[in-house]
Design a protein around this ligand. Structure first.
Ligand SMILES: Cc1cc2nc3c(=O)[nH]c(=O)nc-3n(C[C@H](O)[C@H](O)[C@H](O)COP(=O)(O)O)c2cc1C
Length: 389
């Protein structure tokens, strides 16, 4: 009996991580990816004077500096809040602003948070704008996929909040379609289903340079993690134990193991990133003085102020913050809090790496000043510790 030799067929590339020369593949080779979590949306949690600002010029200059320092990622949040917001002054749209930064940066990945269900967007719009930013940035641009967790945001768009898991089902349908539009070499048609849109002979050219733009999901629920396991390269996570570094280090390993298992079940890998706020000065006394100045200048709480959770949210991702079983942080704006001298900051980052984190995106209270301090004092220590190539 003889068998015909089966020809080896190369797997179809599915995304930027399937291309060893893509900007994302380069970034994930770092032992710990470094990013900035920009303030394009102003959240004011202290009145201590700061240079931080929501303006485009301020944030574009920061991203240029981070790019020159070898940082891997720039990100921003986006929310749709009524007047008063989180007591902040204003916010720019991160889809447009991060895309625009492609023109003034070289290597850094630019990730735009997008509420993919609001509008509703037609998939052809996202596919075409996405491929345009992909080409301008040479494969450095991506979407942070969010589905909208506050009732008030959905209502702003004219409907009642869509049920939690249905949002991820709708988002799955949307991204299956986007994948077809970004990769198919023939026209693509699809009948109306969950999202209500349909496509007749849709076609997008040019194709993105590395299969599709970079895809990130910011989520904490089983449905959100499953969506990311299926579609995303990076999962932007929170600490299930809330914002204190000790409870984060205790609870992250099991959370990350669950994420990796869900991705592996689909034959995929997903990297995890988290956003700490870093409060650091050269000595413990100086760090404490800086922290106290921030805390002493907190505005009186109002229903809309950051951390008071005045808006009705059904997100899983932030539940650890209200859990009395966990040691809680100071509510400083970051997802977790890293406070200390440069040596202590590095120790905490080593802890996060050991907990399974692949990348961090820093919030700073005073972005320009604190990024300079980090670059001068902490970045060299991170390199010596083997966390940066
Ligand atoms: C780290 C992180 C950052 C997020 N950033 C945003 C954001 O900028 N805007 C937003 O509307 N939602 C943001 N979200 C919330 C998601 O939109 C999502 O709606 C929410 O986490 C609910 O999903 P979940 O139940 O899967 O956690 C973020 C979530 C995480 C985990």
């Amino acid at each position: 009996m003889s068998f015909a030799l089966q020809e080896e067929v190369a797997p179809i590339p599915r995304g930027p991580l399937d291309f060893p020369d893509s900007p994302l593949s380069r970034a994930v080779r770092q032992p710990l990816m470094l990013g900035l979590f920009l303030n394009l949306q102003d959240i004011r949690f202290s009145n201590l004077p700061t240079t931080s600002s929501w303006t485009y010029d301020y944030n574009a200059a920061l991203v240029q500096k981070a790019d020159a320092l070898g940082f891997d990622i720039a990100f921003s949040r986006t929310q749709w809040l009524p007047k008063g917001g989180y007591d902040g002054e204003a916010s720019l749209d991160s889809f447009v602003a991060l895309g625009a930064m492609a023109a003034t940066t070289k290597n850094i990945l630019l990730i735009s948070t997008l509420h993919v269900l609001y509008g509703p967007w037609h998939p052809l719009h996202i596919a075409k704008i996405g491929t345009t930013f992909d080409h301008i940035s040479k494969g450095r641009w991506g979407i942070n996929i969010v589905t909208g967790h506050r009732a008030i945001e959905h209502e702003m768009f004219g409907w009642n909040r869509i049920e939690h898991d249905r949002r991820y089902a709708m988002t799955g349908e949307l991204f299956e379609t986007l994948h077809r539009l970004w990769t198919d070499t023939e026209n693509y048609s699809r009948a109306a289903e969950l999202g209500g849109w349909k496509i007749v002979n849709g076609y997008i050219t040019p194709k993105p340079l590395y299969g599709r733009p970079i895809l990130v999901t910011a989520a904490g629920s089983p449905a959100g993690i499953d969506f990311a396991a299926e579609h995303s390269d990076l999962l932007f996570i929170t600490s299930p134990g809330g914002s204190h570094i000790d409870s984060a280090l205790e609870t992250l390993p099991a959370h990350i193991a669950d994420i990796k298992t869900r991705a592996a079940a689909r034959g995929r890998t997903v990297k995890t990133i988290i956003n700490p706020i870093v409060i650091s000065r050269d000595t413990e006394a100086e760090t404490e003085a800086y922290l106290n100045a921030i805390m002493d200048n907190r505005p009186p709480p109002s229903p809309t102020s950051f951390g008071h959770r005045g808006y009705d949210s059904d997100a899983f991702a932030w539940r650890g913050r209200n859990d009395p079983r966990h040691k809680q942080g100071l509510n400083l704006g970051g997802n977790i809090e890293i406070i200390g001298t440069p040596e202590q900051v590095v120790e905490q980052l080593i802890g996060l790496k050991k907990a399974g984190i692949d990348g961090v995106q820093f919030n700073f209270y005073d972005f320009a000043v604190d990024l300079d301090h980090f670059a001068e004092t902490t970045l060299p220590l991170l390199k010596s510790a083997g966390l940066r190539l």
